[in-house]
Design a protein around this ligand. Sequence first.
Ligand code: SF4
Length: 197
Amino acid sequence: MTATIDSTTMIPESTPSEESVTLWVSACLMGESTRYDGTHKLFHHIPQILGGLCTVIPVCPEAEAGYGTPREPMHLSTKKSSPRLLTNAAGVDITEKMELWIPEAIERVALSRPRGFILKARSPSCHVQDSELSQSQHSGLFTQAVVRRFPSCVVVNETLLQDSAGWRDFICRLGCSTHTHQALLNRVTTTIWKRLP
Ligand code: SF4
């Protein structure tokens, strides 16, 4: 089931900007019930701030690669030379589906001329490694491919977007037109911040 967005999280009415700023976002952060247990992690500030100003495209690597939802939880193992997706319970290597899906997906993403990515933290597919803060947690497999293919894009976890400072930094790094940049900053200024649970 997809999350219901209440009146405080509605996408604001506005005329879409002439500038095309395309961002890809983990589907579970957009309220799609794609997580391993069939739940979502709706992050209200994404539609609140970006709605009507940017093109936001949801992507769930694990669901789209064919693991199904719900699915057995998995983790990323980096013990071998190439990182592997292993099931949590039995440690079965289930990397192949993801390896098959990623090249096609990355080319589909490229067609959209992406400017940035907001991806779910602590996911074996979507996590973005912060080289300063979490040396022990490697980027997810989809994120690794994204960073390789789109080195000039802004790629962040939602955990960096919990307050106005995080959003301002993200927006500044997007390099939008003056109009879009200012409109996004205005949204940040009027946002009432709710931290993720
Ligand atoms: S974290 Fe990524 S792979 Fe996991 S449910 Fe969300 S979008 Fe899908």
